[in-house]
Ligand binder design. Structure first.
Ligand SMILES: NC(=O)C1=CN([C@@H]2O[C@H](COP(=O)(O)OP(=O)(O)OC[C@H]3O[C@@H](n4cnc5c(N)ncnc54)[C@H](O)[C@@H]3O)[C@@H](O)[C@H]2O)[C@@H](O)CC1
Ligand SMILES: [K+]
Length: 462
């Protein structure tokens, strides 16, 4: 900001915001626009954008939450452009009859949820048929964590400035943002080199995925061991193997009680009639899906010196000190309920503060942790490594067995030589994309998700 003329960033933000609002309206001329205007720069952005829309013939009214503390220059600009003002007590009809509402109550300066008057406005807004555009972020969410304390504005569209904020990417706050559009205001050079959060895209994942070369044979490509399934849950083994076969390892070795079911479905699987300890060459183990109550295979996998992925029953059956102290990397893939058990808190507490939970798990277990959910998070044990958030998931993936496919897929990428953080990130990305393809707007099954993985892989790499 010091290097630019005063207000330059704000003008860039307002210009981008006004253009996005114009796109969201059938026509600007004659449309009714209501601005919810707080006392900070977020409110000022909103007033400047409103002035631009007023100059194009929109009828613009700013509801001022703090009339005596509104940004004076921005307010003057709106009034000069033909806009008008109102107080919060007059807001109800203005929100009910607007075509478009801009939420400029608070931006990145907002902390601790909305105050009572703003809470009341957010309630009125929820009942309005208007299109809601959040300015920078939906007011009331915690910008840096994605937590929501009390009421927050629910937007159809969020126009965010300079960089994505964690709250726009992590649930529960993410669900309040609607679709998110980033406006470049020229901040790139000033942003920190190590962000708090990363969201990998197609090209990032493509660069991570293993590719066989002329010298590859099945052992060089990696053998993934699957210690999963039981007489009670043979299907978990089949689904973990289904994921593993599509994850780039050269071979999949299975140990457990579901040999017949696995071979019937996947005759290419190598079978060892032992535990993980004596199973033969394996570069990474997946232990736990459908394991029911037998801790032995989990303990044997953890005793090896190769990377181990623990999922489902494995998270419950594993000895926690062994996880913490083993030398080779460990990857834990809990859903919120399993994470809650590992942390000794409630599922609701995990879901409300997912970023804190995943970081705390990684720290406490000295492991890489993939916390499943509609926005999956992945944290490395080193607290300075950016947490990764996966953006490809779909609610249709909340289907039985889908986690077994993910664990097999991630294990296969581990065996192929990816670090736990990269294996988990690439697996979550592919799995989410495969889930979208498999579902395509209708219910899908874990089996279909596994079968859609190659299509996701091809789309990313070609
Ligand atoms: N920092 C930058 O480089 C830029 C910032 N811009 C805008 O500036 C915003 C940040 O502005 P500010 O730092 O002034 O802060 P905000 O405008 O986000 O919020 C601070 C104001 O809101 C009030 N407030 C705080 N918490 C509240 C709550 N829970 N309920 C109701 N009111 C609350 C405070 O009293 C304060 O007046 C960004 O979100 C963005 O919209 C843009 O203009 C572009 C450049
Ligand atoms: K806002």
């Amino acid at each position: 900001m010091a290097r630019l003329p005063a207000g330059a960033l704000m003008q860039r933000a307002a210009a981008g915001l006004a253009a996005a609002c114009a796109d969201a309206l059938p026509r600007v001329y004659g449309s009714r626009v209501t601005l919810l205007t707080g006392s900070g720069d977020n409110g000022a952005d909103t007033l400047y954008a409103g002035a631009r829309l007023a100059r194009r013939g929109a009828s613009v009214t700013a509801v001022l939450l703090a009339p005596d503390r509104t940004h004076p220059e921005a307010l003057k600009t709106l009034l000069r452009a033909g806009g008008t003002t109102a107080t919060a007590t007059d807001a109800a009809p203005l929100l009910q009859h607007a075509d478009l509402v801009l939420d400029g109550i608070v931006g990145i300066g907002g902390k601790g949820g909305l105050r009572p008057e703003a809470t009341h406005l957010a309630g009125l807004l929820a009942a309005s048929p208007a299109t809601v555009v959040a300015v920078d972020l939906p007011s009331g969410i915690e910008p840096d964590t994605g937590e929501v304390h009390g009421t927050a504005v629910r937007a159809d569209l969020t126009i965010t400035f300079g960089t994505h904020k964690p709250g726009l990417l992590i649930d529960p706050a993410r669900a309040y943002a609607g679709s998110v559009r980033l406006i470049d205001i020229g901040l790139a050079a000033t942003l920190p080199h190590t962000p708090a959060l990363e969201s990998l895209q197609h090209a990032d994942i493509a660069a991570l995925l293993p590719r066989p070369t002329g010298e590859s044979d099945k052992y060089r490509r990696g053998v993934v061991g699957i210690a999963a399934g039981s007489t009670r849950y043979p299907g978990a083994a089949v689904l973990a193997v289904a994921g593993a076969l599509r994850g780039g390892a050269g071979a999949v070795r299975y140990v457990g009680a579901a040999t017949d079911a696995v071979l019937a479905r996947f005759p290419e699987t190598l079978i060892s009639h032992t535990g993980p300890k004596k199973a033969g060459r394996v570069q990474a183990w997946v232990a736990g899906p459908g394991a029911a109550d037998d801790p032995a295979p989990v303990a044997e996998a953890l005793a090896t010196d190769v990377p181990v992925l623990l999922d489902a029953d494995g998270l419950r059956l594993a000895d926690r000190d062994t996880v913490r102290t083993r030398k080779a990397p460990t990857l834990l893939t809990p859903h919120a309920g399993e994470a809650a058990a590992l942390l000794g808190i409630s599922r609701e507490e995990v879901e409300a503060a997912r970023l804190t939970a995943v970081r705390e798990l990684a720290r406490r277990y000295d492991a890489t942790v993939l916390l499943k959910g509609s926005t999956t998070l992945i944290a490395a044990p080193d607290p300075d490594t950016p947490v990764r958030v996966n953006a490809t998931g779909t609610p249709w993936l909340a289907t039985a067995g889908s986690g077994d496919v993910l664990s097999g897929l991630a294990g296969s990428l581990l065996a192929a030589g990816l670090s736990p953080l990269d294996a988990a990130s690439a697996a979550a990305y592919l799995h989410g994309l495969a889930g979208r393809y498999a579902a395509d707007g209708a219910p899908t099954s874990a089996h279909d998700v596994a079968e859609a993985i190659p299509r996701a892989w091809r789309d990313i790499t070609t």
